[in-house]
Design a protein around this ligand. Structure first.
Ligand code: NDP
Ligand code: ZN
Length: 375
């Protein structure tokens, strides 16, 4: 058990219009029931970019993003039995919750209704005391044992991170709204979340139609298992796909017209919004009413279900399509995501050794941040 605070280097930003830069802070020593691990890899989720650039108007700076985190356990606190030093583990979007409310009891910590709510891995609970959390774009991280995920041996560590946010975020609504074998699942926006949705939907026995803005990635999308690719900017193709879907998972990260997607749904179809959290332009609810269509939202998933999807990905050989990056390139990657560009890889993953070997870390010349406080 470590008695000293851990000196941690990371990449973070102080304001919405500033680049991420090397930062340094201390994580307090590992407490009872907590696990510390050395981060080896961290996926780059579009939410990291939204948060760093304050797209949701709720960012608490400084912001050190990262919630698709994988690494090796370095220390365990008193009473920890789930993992031991040396295990390969991960953490997704949550590091703590009340553990008492009905949602936590049901394994849905992501919807924790306790007084303080769930503590997000970064941009924490924003309690009145100013508590913030710093995420996985960092050399080491600490989480409560209950939120530590075990990375199955069959999954190489660099592939595990994106399952813990992108994977669970699309798997959870498929389970909650009971996607059935033989039903048709639509996936709108084929990026990090979307490409996992195609593979997971197929594994659950659905027919999958991918909706993408152009044909650039059509071959890769078909190779991933999609039965059909529809170019969403082509009105004829969209019309031809009318009334074909039982469920649509909409991962598009920006405001966009929902009406063309509503017309894709069969009677009783379910549209699950997981991407855009800002606004939708006006659309007529009549199109929902006349076909008894459900329009719903969904937020990541609980710990139990996240472990379930990790295990399912191991069993069914589902892996994200990743491109490994050096942390010094993170700002360019953010620009790429913001522009909606893609180069045939659907998730960037930071090799955290590139942070350990970064000049700023070697020289100790990084911007000092206030230490994050854990409740
Ligand atoms: P990516 O950037 O990897 O993928 C988004 C995809 O959406 C792109 O690949 C592109 O697909 C499409 N897209 C991008 N820009 C536009 C645009 N301007 N107009 C229309 N389509 C566009 O993002 P992620 O998959 O990482 O995340 C997607 C969204 O989900 C983000 O908003 C993120 O914050 C959110 N999210 C939500 C979670 C939740 O719990 N609800 C959890 C995690 C993420 P194509 O090229 O095929 O058109
Ligand atoms: Zn994410």
């Amino acid at each position: 058990m470590t008695e000293e605070p851990i000196k941690v280097y990371g990449f973070g930003t102080q304001a919405k219009d500033k680049d991420l830069i090397p930062v340094v802070f201390n994580r307090k020593k590992v407490g009872k029931g907590e696990v510390a691990f050395k981060v080896t890899h961290c996926g780059v989720c579009h939410s990291d970019l939204h948060q760093a650039r304050n797209d949701w108007s709720n960012t608490q700076y400084p912001c050190v993003p990262g919630h698709e985190i994988v690494g090796t356990v370095t220390a365990i606190g008193q009473g920890v039995s789930k993992v031991k030093v040396g295990d390969v583990v991960g953490v997704g979007c949550i590091i703590d919750s009340c553990q008492e409310c009905d949602y936590c009891e049901a394994g849905e910590e992501n919807y924790c209704q306790g007084e303080k709510g769930a503590t997000l891995t970064y941009n924490g609970p924003m309690k009145p005391d100013g508590t913030n959390t710093y995420g996985g774009y960092s050399t080491d991280i600490i989480a409560r044992e209950e939120f530590i995920l075990k990375v199955p041996a069959k999954i190489d560590p660099e592939y595990a991170g994106p399952i813990m946010c992108a994977g669970i975020t699309v798997y959870s609504p498929m389970k909650h709204w009971d996607l059935k074998e033989g039903q048709t699942l639509g996936v709108a926006g084929i990026g990090g979340l979307g490409h996992m949705a195609i593979q997971i939907g197929k594994a659950l026995g659905a027919k999958v139609t991918a909706f993408t803005r152009d044909e650039i990635n059509k071959d890769e999308i078909l190779k991933m298992g999609a039965d059909k690719v529809v170019v969403s900017t082509d009105d004829d193709q969209m019309k031809a796909a009318a009334v074909s879907l039982d469920m649509l998972i909409n991962t598009i990260p920006v405001p966009h017209d929902l009406a063309p997607y509503i017309s894709l749904m069969k009677t009783d179809g379910k549209i699950i919004v997981v991407g855009n959290m800002v606004k939708f332009p006006e659309f007529s609810p009549a199109s929902l009413v006349f076909s008894r269509i459900t329009l719903a939202g969904s937020l990541i998933g609980g710990v139990r279900q996240t472990q379930e999807i990790l295990n399912l990905c191991a069993e069914k050989d589902i892996r994200p399509s990743i491109k490994m990056i050096d942390i010094k390139d993170i700002n360019t990657v953010f620009d790429t995501l913001a522009n909606g560009d893609s180069d045939g890889h659907f998730r960037h993953v930071i090799d955290m050794d590139t942070l350990r070997n970064h000049d700023a870390v070697r020289s100790g010349d990084a911007t000092k941040l206030d230490d994050p406080i854990r409740a």
